[in-house]
Design a binder for this molecule. Structure first.
Ligand code: ADP
Length: 259
C-alpha cells in the first residue's frame, strides 16, 4: 500500500487570537461596517477581548465609527501598535492613508497589506478578532481565508433583491473557502417615522429572513433604518455605546449573545 497523503493542512490560527469572525456583505452601503463596530463594542461590553480589523480597503470607515484618529505608532519599525477605544482594539488601513486619499491598489498589494495587518499588528491576546471585509467576493476575502483560520462569517444585507443576490454570491464563496456561515443580519429592515410613527419597509421586508431559511443559516437580527444609529456611528460612539439601554442597541446585543 502506498503511504496515505496527509490531509492538506488548513490555514493556521494566529497566535494569541482565539477566533476570527468575518463581517461581510455582497454590496457596499448595506451597513456592514455599522454592524461590525456595534458588534465589536457589544462583545467588549460582555467582557470579551475584542479586536476589529478594518479590511474594507475601499472605504475604511472604522476609525470614524469608533472615534479614533492619528497614525498608529511603530516603535520598533517592524510591528504596529493598534489603537483602542470603547474597549475595542482596532487597526484600519484608513489609519495608514490620508482621509481623502483614494486607495487604488492591485490585488497583490491588497494581499500584502492584509497580511501585514494580521501578522505585524500587536493585537495582544484576543478572544475574537472581527474583520470588516470589503463588499463582494474579491482578493481580500480569499487572502483572509487562505492566510488565517476564519471561524465563521456573518453576512449583512438589506432586504432588497439586488443586495440579496450579491449576498448569496458571498455565502457561496465562503462555502467554497470552507468558512462556516454563522448567520445573516437584515439591516435597514424597517423605518419608523420619528414624526408620526408610521412604519415603512423602505427596502422591502423579510427578504433576508426567507433567504436565511432557504440556505439553512440563522437570521441573527433585524435592524431598523434609524437616524440615531447613523448619528451615533458618525459621532464615533456606536449606538451600543452611546445609548446602550435602547431597543436599537439591543438588536446588536442579540447578535453578540449569539456568537
Ligand atoms: P457598508 O459597510 O456596508 O458600506 P456602512 O456601515 O458604512 O455600510 O453604512 C452606510 C451608511 O448607512 C452609513 O452612513 C451608516 O451610518 C448608515 N447606516 C448603516 N446602517 C444603518 C441603520 N440601521 N440605520 C441608519 N443608518 C444606517
Amino acid at each position: 500500500l502506498k503511504p496515505q497523503k496527509p490531509e492538506p493542512k488548513g490555514p493556521e490560527r494566529i497566535p494569541g487570537i482565539a477566533h476570527i469572525i468575518a463581517v461581510a456583505s455582497g454590496k457596499g452601503g448595506v451597513g456592514k461596517s455599522t454592524v461590525a463596530s456595534n458588534l465589536a463594542c457589544a462583545l467588549a461590553q460582555r467582557g470579551r477581548r475584542v479586536g476589529l480589523l478594518d479590511a474594507d480597503v475601499y472605504g475604511p470607515s472604522q476609525p470614524r465609527m469608533l472615534g479614533v484618529s492619528g497614525r498608529p505608532a511603530s516603535p520598533d519599525g517592524k510591528t504596529i501598535l493598534p489603537l483602542r477605544n470603547h474597549g475595542v482594539t482596532m487597526m484600519s488601513l484608513g489609519l495608514m492613508t490620508n482621509d481623502d486619499q483614494a486607495v487604488v491598489w492591485r490585488g497583490p498589494m491588497l494581499m500584502g497589506a492584509l497580511q501585514q495587518m494580521l501578522s505585524q499588528v500587536q493585537w495582544g491576546a484576543l478572544d475574537v478578532l472581527l474583520v470588516d471585509l470589503p463588499p463582494g467576493t474579491g482578493d481580500v476575502q480569499m487572502t483572509l481565508a487562505q492566510k488565517a483560520h476564519v471561524d465563521g462569517a456573518v453576512i449583512v444585507s438589506t432586504p432588497q433583491d439586488v443586495a440579496l443576490l450579491d449576498a448569496r454570491k458571498g455565502i457561496d464563496m465562503f462555502k467554497q473557502l470552507n468558512v462556516p456561515i454563522l448567520g445573516m443580519i437584515e439591516n435597514m429592515s424597517t423605518h419608523i417615522c420619528t414624526n408620526c410613527g408610521h412604519e415603512e419597509h423602505v427596502f422591502g421586508h423579510g427578504g433576508v429572513a426567507s433567504e436565511a431559511a432557504k440556505l439553512g443559516v440563522p437570521l441573527l437580527a433585524e435592524i431598523p433604518l434609524d437616524l440615531q444609529i447613523r448619528l451615533a456611528s458618525d459621532g464615533g460612539a456606536p449606538i451600543v455605546v452611546s445609548d446602550p439601554d435602547s431597543a436599537r442597541a439591543a438588536a446588536f446585543g442579540t447578535v453578540a449573545d449569539a456568537l
